[in-house]
Design a protein around this ligand. Structure first.
Ligand code: NAD
Ligand code: UDP
Length: 312
């Protein structure tokens, strides 16, 4: 089977390329490298793999048959989408429209990489798929949240109106090797600061919570969802919830650093709590995360040590 992955040179997308190739699929990776990097796919030496540099906000015409489209293209870190607000809105809206058009043309199955951010600053915890969310459309995070909410809406419209086979995964905070050290998200920030002996920057008082899923677990859930016949949105994430302050202390412990914690201003609209209800994924996909936070973080720390040592 042939799969196309948009955003395939990014963090999650590159791991998905590896997984699909390992399962014997042909893979076309499409990426404009705005936040991704060819280094993430440089290790792939497989004749079933090809790369197309392309911005998916423009239409993509391909001759070959395609069976699956995994649409992951989008800036994903708050720093990235604050720097790229228009591109973020365009890739969520126009990019998703173009890739749904390609799926329809090829009679391919389409999976949208959505996000826990569709729940905004949630008023219920944990978040189940039935919760409609609490999003500020005009706040700084609105460009990402509303783009993904539009993307979910147009995906369901193609499903209902055109009969396109669609899947929607709501990804919760995922971490692991190949994140960019400077992408501003909490995992690379804290590990980078700890390894460099710099202060660890906790935003606000650190009482806000997140639930961290290791990337190998996340992509297995995404793959299972694509292969299932479930068409409504599905949460895929790790339900183990931690405050950011606890998380900072844990990184200090695992790295053995002398770094101190300092407190900085909480970004606007930063969600106070986030934890997925994964009842559906457990029941329908027979999926749940397997990698412990300790193991996942040890692997990630090892990876970032390598990046820092090589000076890349
Ligand atoms: P990433 O920035 O590493 O990957 C995104 C990739 O998309 C990059 O390679 C980038 O160059 C590419 N891209 C962006 N705009 C594009 C365009 N117009 N045309 C072609 N390629 C484009 O981020 P990631 O963490 O790997 O996120 C991947 C997907 O998963 C995103 O859709 C993101 O919204 C979603 N997601 C990620 C997380 C997470 O915790 N990592 C959480 C929720 C949702
Ligand atoms: N955060 C922090 N210090 C940092 C980076 C992030 O305290 O150096 C906090 C951030 O305010 C948020 C949480 O960590 O509450 C997760 O942030 P991230 O950018 O990783 O992703 P988000 O879940 O907010 O999309």
């Amino acid at each position: 089977m042939k799969a196309l992955i948009t955003g395939g040179a990014g963090f999650i997308g590159s791991h998905l390329c590896d997984l699909l190739l390992a399962k014997g699929h042909e893979v076309i990776c499409v990426d404009n490298l705005v936040t991704g990097n060819k280094n993430n796919i440089i290790h792939i030496e497989n004749e079933k793999f090809s790369f197309i540099e392309h911005n998916v906000t423009k239409p993509l015409y391909l001759e070959e048959k395609i069976d699956y489209i995994f649409h992951l293209a989008s800036p994903a870190s708050p720093i990235d989408y604050l720097e790229l607000p228009i591109q973020t809105l365009k890739v969520g809206a126009l990019g998703t429209h173009n890739m749904l058009g390609l799926a329809r043309e090829k009679n391919a199955r389409f999976l949208l990489a959505s996000t826990s951010e569709v729940y905004g600053d949630p008023l219920v915890n944990p978040q189940s798929e039935e919760y409609w969310g609490n999003v500020n459309p005009i706040g700084p995070r609105g460009v990402y949240d509303e783009a993904k909410r539009f993307a979910e809406a147009i995906t369901m419209a193609y499903h209902r109106y055109h009969g396109t086979q669609t899947r929607i995964v709501r990804i919760f905070n995922t971490y692991g090797p190949r994140m960019r050290l400077n992408d501003g998200r909490v995992v690379p920030n804290f590990i980078g600061q700890a390894l460099n002996g710099e202060d660890i920057t906790v935003y606000g008082d650190g009482s806000q919570t997140r639930s961290f899923c290791y990337v190998s677990d996340e992509i297995e859930g995404i793959y299972r969802l694509m292969m299932s016949d479930y068409t409504n949105p599905m949460n895929v994430g790790n339900p183990e919830e931690h405050t950011i302050l606890e998380f900072a202390k844990y990184i200090i412990k695992l790295t053995g650093t002398d770094s101190k914690i300092i407190f900085k201003e909480l970004p606007e609209d930063d969600p106070k709590q986030r934890r997925p209800n994964i009842t559906k994924a457990r029941k329908i996909l027979k999926w749940e995360p397997k990698v412990s936070l300790e193991q996942g973080l040890r692997n990630t720390i090892q990876y970032f040590k390598g990046v820092l040592d090589s000076g890349k």
